[in-house]
Design a protein around this ligand. Sequence first.
Ligand code: SF4
Ligand code: SF4
Length: 117
Amino acid sequence: MTKNSQIIHFYRKHIPAFECVPGCHDCCGPVTASSEEVAKLPIKTEAEHKVALAQYSCPYLGKNGCEVYGDRPLICRLFGTTPSLPCPNGKRPIELTDPKIELQIHQFLTETRQVLL
Ligand code: SF4
Ligand code: SF4
C-alpha cells in the first residue's frame, strides 16, 4: 500500500457514515480524486467522461445511484458530514466529521494531484 493509500484509508475510517434519502444523488456532480482513488475505479471511456461533464454530472452516477459507492472518493464521503458541506436535504450523521480531520483532508486534497472523475 502506498503512503497516500494509507492516508486515504485512515481518513475514510474517520468520516462517519449516515443514511441518505433513498435514491438521492443531489450532491453528485463533477468531482476530483487522487490518482490512488481513481485507480480503484472501473475505467470510463473518454466519451463517457465528456457526456457526464456536459451534464455537469459524474461518470459513475448510474440509474440506481453511485456505481462505485464502496470506493467513492473522499470528497463524496465528506459531503453531508461537515458544516462546510451540508446535505441540502438535511441528512447528516449523529456525529459530524472531526473539524481537525476535515482540515487535514482538505490539506491532503490540495497537496495531492487530483484527477477529474
Ligand atoms: S448527502 Fe444529501 S444530497 Fe447527498 S445523496 Fe445524501 S441525501 Fe442526497
Ligand atoms: S463517485 Fe459516486 S458519490 Fe461521488 S459524485 Fe460520482 S456518483 Fe456521486
